[in-house]
Design a protein around this ligand. Structure first.
Ligand code: SAM
Length: 354
C-alpha cells in the first residue's frame, strides 16, 4: 500500500507500506546489544559509555514479536547487528526464532568476527543465511591501534570459519580512513579472493561515536576507484538497480567489490532501511535524532494490529534523507559531540547498529 493512496489523516491498512518518497519498508537492522568487545576509534573510541539499562533491553521473544509485525508490513531483509551482536548470550536462539518466519528472505548478521569462530556453527545450524564481517586492516599491530584490542587473529579465524561453514555471499566491510588503511585496498581485495568474500569499502562517516571524524580523513569513493584502477586497470560499474547501500564494481580479472559512499554520494533516495535498537526504539534514518518507542507499546500491552498500524502510519509519513542533508551542509564536522552522546546513548552508532 502506498502513502499516496491514503487520504490525509487516514490510518493506512496493514500490508506493504511505502513512504512519501515511494521507498518501501523492506529492510530492518536489529541491534541486539549496545556493548562491544572492540573500541574502534571511528565508532566507539571511549572505554566506558552510558549503557542501555539491562531491564530495558528487549527479550528475544519481544524482538521476534516486533520483527513479525515488520515482516507483516513488507520487511524481507533482517540484519542482526549491535554493538557486537555475538556478545548477546544465546544469539542462535533468536536466529532460530526469526528463521522460522518464511517472509524473511534474507536473515543476515554483521559482526566484528572476534567470536565468530566459536559461534558460527551454531548460528548456521539455527538458520542464519548470511554474514558480513568487519575487517579494517590485515596488520595485527594496526588493528590493535585502531580497535584498542589485541584480537586480530580471532577476527581472521572468524572469517576463515565463515568461509569453511559455507555461508553464501560472504562480505567483508572495511571503513577506509586516509593515512590509516587507504594503502590496503588492493591487499584486502586479494585477501577477500582467498576466502571467497566480497570486500566493501565504506567511506568514513561522521555519525554517532565518530568523535575524531574530519572531512580530510575521508578517503572518498573517487579516490578508492582511482587507487584500484592504478593497480588493476579499468573498473566496470555493475549498475544494479538495487536498494543495497553498496555500489558494486568489477575488476578486469572478474573480482567484484563494493563501495558504500554515504559521505560523498549518499543513497537516501533508495534507502529502505530502518533500525530497531536493543531497547526497542525504532529509527527511520541513521541520522535521525529521535526514535519511536516500540518497547513501550509492546510492554503496555499493544497487540500486533495496533503496533502494525502505528508503524505503517509513521513509515507512510517518512521523508528522511539524513545523509543527503548532511552532505548538503557546506562545512562539516563531528555530528554529535561527546557530551551530547553521554546524555543520550541512542545517538551512538553502536546503539543504533551502524
Ligand atoms: N560490531 C559489528 C561490526 O563491527 O561489524 C556490528 C556493529 S558496527 C556499528 C556496524 C558497521 O558500522 C560496521 O561495518 C562498522 O565498520 C560500521 N561503522 C561504524 N562506525 C562507522 C563510521 N564512523 N563510518 C563508517 N562506518 C562505520
Amino acid at each position: 500500500m502506498s502513502a499516496a493512496s491514503n487520504a490525509p489523516g487516514e490510518m493506512p491498512a496493514i500490508g506493504e507500506v511505502t513512504d512519501r518518497l515511494g521507498r518501501p519498508l523492506r529492510s530492518l537492522r536489529v541491534s541486539v546489544t549496545d556493548r562491544c568487545n572492540l573500541r574502534c576509534n571511528y565508532c566507539m573510541p571511549q572505554e566506558d559509555y552510558v549503557w542501555l539499562p539491562r531491564q530495558e533491553l528487549l527479550t528475544f521473544e519481544e524482538i521476534a514479536r516486533l520483527v513479525e509485525v515488520f515482516t507483516s508490513l513488507g520487511v524481507e531483509d533482517v540484519r542482526l547487528t549491535g554493538g557486537e551482536p555475538l556478545l548477546r548470550r544465546d544469539l542462535p536462539r533468536l536466529v532460530k526464532m526469526l528463521a522460522a518466519d518464511p517472509r524473511i528472505r534474507d536473515l543476515a548478521l554483521t559482526t566484528n568476527g572476534v567470536l565468530f569462530a566459536e559461534q558460527g556453527e551454531a548460528l548456521r545450524a539455527a538458520g542464519l543465511h548470511r554474514v558480513t564481517i568487519s575487517l579494517d586492516t590485515l596488520h595485527p599491530e594496526k588493528f590493535s591501534k585502531l580497535a584498542g584490542r589485541d584480537t586480530h587473529a580471532q577476527v581472521l579465524a572468524g572469517i576463515a570459519a565463515a568461509h569453511r561453514l559455507g555461508f553464501p555471499r560472504l562480505k567483508l566491510d572495511t571503513v577506509v580512513m586516509r593515512g590509516v588503511n587507504d594503502d590496503e585496498l588492493c591487499d584486502l581485495i586479494e585477501y577477500g579472493r582467498g576466502v571467497e568474500a566480497e570486500v566493501r569499502f565504506i567511506e568514513y562517516m561522521d555519525v554517532g561515536g565518530a568523535t575524531e571524524w574530519s572531512l580530510n580523513k575521508v578517503f572518498t569513493r573517487a579516490e578508492m576507484l582511482k587507487r584500484l584502477a592504478q593497480r588493476y586497470g579499468p573498473i566496470t560499474p555493475l549498475n544494479e538497480n538495487s536498494s543495497a547501500p553498496a555500489e558494486r564494481f568489477r575488476l578486469p580479472d572478474g573480482a567484484v567489490f563494493g563501495i558504500i559512499a554515504s559521505t560523498t554520494t549518499p543513497f537516501c533516495r533508495s534507502c529502505d532501511r530502518s533500525r530497531l535498537t536493543a531497547d526497542g526504539l525504532w529509527y527511520l534514518c541513521l541520522y535521525a535524532q529521535a526514535g519511536i518507542d516500540l518497547r513501550k507499546m509492546l510492554r503496555g500491552g499493544a497487540g500486533h494490529e495496533e503496533i502494525a498500524t502505528r508503524i505503517a502510519s509513521i513509515w507512510s509519513a517518512r521523508m528522511d534523507r539524513g545523509a543527503e542533508m548532511r552532505a548538503a551542509t557546506g562545512h562539516r564536522g563531528v555530528l554529535v559531540g561527546i557530551e551530547q552522546l553521554r546524555q543520550d546513548p541512542h545517538l551512538e552508532m553502536h546503539t543504533r547498529g551502524g
